[in-house]
Design a binder for this molecule. Sequence first.
Ligand code: SF4
Length: 368
Amino acid sequence: MPKAPSKRSTQARTKSLSKTEKPRTASPENVDFAKMSEALVTWYRGVKRDLPWRMNRDPYRIWVSEVMLQQTTVAAVIPFYERFMKRFPTLASLAEAPVGDVLEHWAGLGYYSRARNLHKSAQALMVNGFPRTHVELQELPGFGPYTARAVSSLAFDEKTGVLDGNVIRVLSRVFGISAEFWKPQGRAELQTLADHLAQVEHPADLNQGMMELGATVCTPQSPACLLCPWQKTCVARNTDRIDELPLKKPRRDREIWLWNAVVFEKDEAVLFVPNTYAPFLKGHWILPGTVERVTSAPKTFDYKGTVTHHDIFVTVSRATANFKGRFKGEQKWVKRTELSRQIPASMIRKAIDYDGKRKTAAQESLLT
Ligand code: SF4
């Protein structure tokens, strides 16, 4: 349940805010959350898109869609989702599948740790059943605060708010909040408001309405305010601060890395080691090799990859027969025919198939 409201009124402040005044905190007292929620739910029911994960309230289907949607747009997710659901139509089918199959059906979405966590959690859920609250769901691998609240509210109508990028934008604007949402205090401030709004009979529709509003109307640039059910009370609109809100999260500096990846191949199988040496592709089996952080892009390399904030310039070496003796730790051989199932990261597979024609930086820029 949300905390008790504080004394000042957000709506009252809305009337008196000037363009230069920037409220720091949300003050939910006297805001008619019930009325706001009702308006949003009515709007959502009139415009909601027909999406494959909305065909029923199966928590498994909702959960998979929420994990996929964390990394890309609805339009991009749909074909991946449909392919995944065809292969793993039920929680049991996912739990029983080899992890290699799961990774293969995740290929193209990136963030493979999410697929591994889906698989692990599916196995735990088969043993203990699907919890109905976000607090219990958060005990499972891969269920962060967002995913747990989305699943509990969308599948089981738990009265809890969800905060994704779309919702953060909508709340920041409608309440005129300069919250640093990337920090715990800013996030808690927004969560309190989301929780207040979710105290309705159908929190599933309320939360989906918030996400839908952010995705289709309250867009980052040029929101379509005339279509918004909250246009009359929106602080950002009334004070001409739409472009300022939400605050911009400071960008993490990009890092440039050189990766010398060594391909050691024998009998149509390739040698892999657990990634204990590279700051990217953590948790993956990768090719043995070395990495070095540099301050500028190299002049020659074989190809370039990108993982989160890492720009990776790869050079590929082919190992000779006595190379294997240099690796004493954990290792495994993966048959070429199994590569797409066991090694989902395309940046790694590209090294194995690399044709040996080294590029210059100028050539690479022509190709990307
Ligand atoms: S009125 Fe405009 S800025 Fe305000 S919440 Fe609606 S779409 Fe967003």
